[in-house]
Design a protein around this ligand. Structure first.
Ligand code: URA
Length: 190
């Protein structure tokens, strides 16, 4: 019988062969996931950037390193999390993914969620937020740190770490302070 890892590897091969949208033409690598296939927490970011496209690993560039630094500081272990994105291929010039690209890729993300079956899904930034919570008035600034229960699973939006690259303060109420607080809240669920 196939275990979760085998099934995820099979899905990854499917994505490597995917030609459902034009992003496949320019990709160097698909960016499928990082982390543990049995993790209780799944982070979903926006889309791969240059470093991710080169390595095939999500959140490995500057923003990703910042996210990982905060995870380490808050005490997350490698086995606590699995990381993916709303789409698997890099959009040109790091533009936001289009609705068509997100729709084309959603079946893969949905399959990852079903296989990993995390307790908590962390929506990293506004693109991930908009993919799961359909309330146009809900900006990431309003939504971050709130807990949404959907189909018996918790969804928690947080700021995208690329936003934090512009703000260095850890003062109470600052973006970095709130980011850390949200990661602490999420860790408390496992
Ligand atoms: N930003 C994202 O949203 N995802 C990545 O994998 C890298 C940067």
């Amino acid at each position: 019988m196939q275990n979760t890892l085998d099934k995820l590897n099979e899905l990854k091969i499917q994505v490597q062969n995917c030609k459902k949208c034009s992003l496949c033409e320019k990709r160097n690598n698909i960016v499928f996931s990082d982390g543990c296939e049995n993790a209780p927490i799944m982070f979903i970011g926006e889309a791969p950037g240059k470093n991710e496209d080169e390595t095939g690993i999500p959140f490995i560039g500057r923003a990703g390193q910042l996210l990982r630094k905060f995870l380490f500081e808050v005490g997350y272990k490698q086995e606590d999390f699995y990381i993916a994105n709303t789409i698997k291929c890099r959009p040109p010039e790091n533009r936001k993914p289009t609705k068509e690209e997100k729709n084309a890729c959603f079946e893969y993300l949905k399959a990852q969620i079903e296989l990993v079956n995390p307790k908590v899904i962390v929506l990293v930034g506004s693109t991930a937020l908009e993919s799961f919570i359909f309330d146009k008035k809900l900006t990431i600034t309003k939504a971050r740190g709130q807990v949404f229960e959907i189909d018996n699973r918790k969804f928690v939006p947080i700021f995208h770490p690329s936003y934090l690259l512009r703000y260095h303060s850890m003062d109470e109420g600052s973006p970095r302070y709130l980011f850390k607080k949200d990661l602490e809240l999420i860790k408390g669920f496992i």
